[in-house]
Ligand binder design. Structure first.
Ligand SMILES: Nc1nc2c(c(=O)[nH]1)N[C@H]1C(S)=C(S)[C@@H](COP(=O)(O)O)O[C@H]1N2
Ligand SMILES: [Mo]
Length: 159
């Protein structure tokens, strides 16, 4: 079974499956992501609910988003996304398919344009298998300039 690992500067590291996420109380679920962003579909849980489960250390200040599948990683300031980011994990009652960034896709509802900010659209990491809380900024290989960004999207189009 595919699971999402949440570890690092937390009291209770966890591995969460689709079923574990679906069992999180309804008040922490977003049943229809298209109401937040008309271009997105699926169901999500609030990052805040995941953080409640793991209990970040008081000095945990960065959120690492790791996608082993295509070796894509982002490290973003936790305070900026703590109350608003979500994790999209379902589509029509099934695990989110990889063509939609599944099984787990991080999403910041009001993200900035690519490369303009630490919490830009590029930080909406697809295929996330590991969320890692850290005290200092962690590994981040988001594209730095237009050429890198275009090359990344070209690889995506070919995949
Ligand atoms: N795993 C992974 N996540 C990723 C990327 C990637 O190449 N791999 N590209 C990022 C970039 S640069 C952007 S702009 C958005 C694009 O999301 P979309 O394909 O849903 O439009 O995904 C981000 N998440
Ligand atoms: Mo991007």
């Amino acid at each position: 079974m595919v699971t999402l690992k949440i570890s690092g500067a937390v009291k209770h590291p966890v591995h969460l499956s689709y079923d574990n996420l679906a069992a999180i109380p309804e008040s922490h679920q977003i049943c229809d992501v298209s109401r937040i962003d008309p271009k997105r579909r699926g169901g999500a849980v609030k990052l805040a609910a995941l953080l409640t489960l793991v209990e970040p250390a008081s000095n945990a200040a960065w959120l690492g988003l790791h996608a082993k599948a295509d070796d894509f990683h982002a490290s973003i300031p936790l305070a900026d996304v703590r109350e608003k980011a979500i994790l999209i994990y379902s589509l029509e009652g099934e695990p989110l398919p990889s063509k939609a960034g599944g099984p787990f896709r991080f999403f910041i509802p009001d993200h900035k344009a690519c490369k303009t900010h630490e919490i830009d659209e590029c930080a909406n990491v697809k295929f996330v298998d590991h969320i890692e809380l850290t005290v200092d900024r962690g590994f981040d290989n988001r594209p730095h300039d237009e050429a890198e960004h275009e090359a990344l999207h070209e690889r995506e189009r070919q995949a």
